[in-house]
Design a protein around this ligand. Structure first.
Ligand code: ADP
Ligand code: ZN
Length: 520
């Protein structure tokens, strides 16, 4: 039998699948034949088989580098159920357990060995590998090597040494997240210049994307679940642990089977909640982004975000956990002015070095671009990953093209109010001044005397929040590092001088109300 025939036969007899998906067959043949590979496939695309089948086809044991203990355990358990000899080494094991795994490795019976990178790089382990049969190295979640990636892990950097120490052993690096810069960095850091690149389409056509303006996130979430996903399994992502707890409680109080998950919970309870999510039907997991990597549940019907993710890569990876079975699923995100302010402040006020901040800013900007776009969401996402596409017909903007309005005048008012009040106040205060509210703070700073006091009564507070949010997202405004007050950027000038027209999403509330009553 030829290699491809053997591969197909293993796929059917051991894994129980009829056909390879996408580019799996090519990748398997290439790696089983001893070639290096870089595999880019969206979450749920079927990356694991790309190294598991070559591991079975080659002599010796495949060493799989993986960043998460939970993920290793799941994969090893799955392989055992298929009758494959696999094991992992990590810090939770006793010395005896470790020795037993090492013995199986040396004896040549073990086919797959999962390790964390820091373990792999110890002299003891490298010594073991040099004296035993290694069939290939698989580097899972390879974007962790990239400082450009959204999930940088310093331990991954050391993996470049594999190429030097084991030049004859094929290596396959896999990731679900890679814009062009991240991809280039993976190639360079892991010395994969000569590796074949297998780039799959990142499109997940069965996922419908929707991004709504935040008003009361929890209520909006509840309405979304009740209206469209009653009884479905789903994941709700929140930024903080507290918000996870509160939101899970709120959903439970409203009759939804929700469970919390975050890194601050006791390990046992976390594991129990994860098991329930995987085994029971219709559980909604409310979680921080600590949840999800390596979770393989095919029938997750929706992924909701009630806080804005920090990067488009993160967003796409998280939403990619919906609909792995190919059935219609939703990605739903609610976001508002506070999200933008908060994330910008976290970057500007953070401790990261300048270059890192610049990376974080660009990543957030890409995410904001997606949130504010009036074009097809899928096109924006795929374009970010370097893939050209047509409007999809399966996102909110395609299904209900958003209304835009001429916000040039409103933007000028907002910007000049920020300027007149000294460029150091937050959005709430700016809006009070625009609306002409004589709050204590307004009086204390004599902002009832500035020329922009009360010039914004044609819009509601919500309308102004929407304007400020979009000005921030588009980079006309920024938050200053120390106290997070709003400041103008250089690009604001032409707008302020009336040399630039600006159209924004959504009609501001008051205008809408007026229209409504006009009709009556
Ligand atoms: P990824 O690591 O890319 O997110 P996985 O390797 O976990 O994806 O695979 C996702 C799901 O697709 C798993 O349930 C897996 O068993 C299934 N799968 C992978 N390849 C195939 C195939 N050729 N045919 C059917 N199902 C597959
Ligand atoms: Zn679309």
């Amino acid at each position: 039998m030829s290699l491809p025939e053997q591969a197909l036969s293993l796929l059917q007899s051991i894994f129980g699948y009829e056909h390879f998906r996408g580019r799996q067959a090519e990748i398997v043949a290439h790696v089983a034949g001893g070639g290096d590979a870089l595999v880019l496939m969206p979450t749920g695309g079927g990356k694991s088989l790309c190294f598991q089948i070559p591991a079975l086809l080659r002599d010796g044991c495949a060493v799989v580098v993986s960043p998460l203990i939970a993920l290793m355990q799941d994969q090893v358990e799955g392989l055992h159920q298929l009758g494959i000899d696999a094991a992992f080494l990590n810090s939770t094991q006793t010395l005896d357990e470790t020795r037993e795994v090492e013995r199986r490795f040396m004896a040549g019976t073990l086919k797959l060995l999962y390790v964390a990178p820091e373990r792999l790089l110890t002299p003891r382990f490298l010594g073991l590998l040099e004296s035993g049969p290694v069939s290939l190295f698989a580097i899972d979640e390879a974007h962790c090597v990239s400082q450009w990636g959204h999930d940088f892990r310093p331990e991954y950097i050391g993996l470049s040494l594999l190429h030097e120490r084991f030049p004859q052993v094929p290596r396959i690096a896999l990731t679900a997240t890679a814009d062009a810069a991240t991809r280039a960095e993976i190639v360079q850091r892991l010395a994969l210049e000569d590796a074949a690149q297998f780039v799959s389409s990142f499109d997940r056509p069965n996922i419908r994307y929707r991004i709504v303006e935040k008003d009361n996130a929890r209520k909006q979430l509840l309405a979304f679940i009740e209206r469209e996903h009653e009884g479905d399994a789903g994941i709700v992502y929140c930024l903080s642990r507290k918000r996870v707890e509160d939101t899970a409680q709120f959903l439970c109080d409203n009759g939804i089977a929700a469970l919390p998950y975050h890194a601050g919970m006791a390990a046992e309870l976390r594991a129990r909640n994860q098991q329930r999510f995987l085994r029971e039907d219709g559980i909604v997991m409310v979680a921080t982004i600590a949840f999800g990597m390596g979770i393989d549940k095919p029938d997750v019907r929706f992924v909701a975000h009630i806080d804005l993710p920090k990067s488009l890569e993160g967003y796409y990876q998280e939403t990619g956990r919906a609909g792995r079975d190919g059935l219609p699923s939703s990605a739903w995100l609610a976001y508002g002015l506070n999200d933008v302010m908060q994330l910008k402040e976290m970057i500007e006020g953070g401790q990261a070095p300048g270059a890192q901040k610049q990376v974080e800013r660009q990543k957030l900007n890409a995410m904001l671009g997606l949130a504010e776009t009036v074009a097809c969401r899928r096109q924006v996402i795929l374009n970010y990953f370097g893939e050209a596409s047509q409007p999809c017909g399966n996102c909110d903007n395609c299904l209900t093209p958003p209304k835009t309005w001429d916000a040039t005048e409103a933007a000028r008012k907002a910007l000049s109010c920020v300027f007149r009040t000294g460029q150091r106040f937050g959005a709430g205060h700016i809006i009070d001044v625009l609306l002409g509210k004589s709050t204590d703070k307004v009086k204390q700073h004599f902002h009832d005397q500035v020329s922009t006091f009360g010039i914004g009564s044609d819009l509601s507070e919500a309308g102004w929040r929407s304007v400020l949010r979009q000005l921030l997202a588009a980079g006309f405004l920024q938050t200053e590092p120390e106290f997070g007050g709003l400041q103008l950027t250089d690009t604001a000038r032409p707008l302020l001088r009336g040399e630039l027209a600006l159209h924004l999403r959504g009609l501001p509330e008051k205008t809408r109300d007026k229209r409504g009553s006009d009709k009556k």
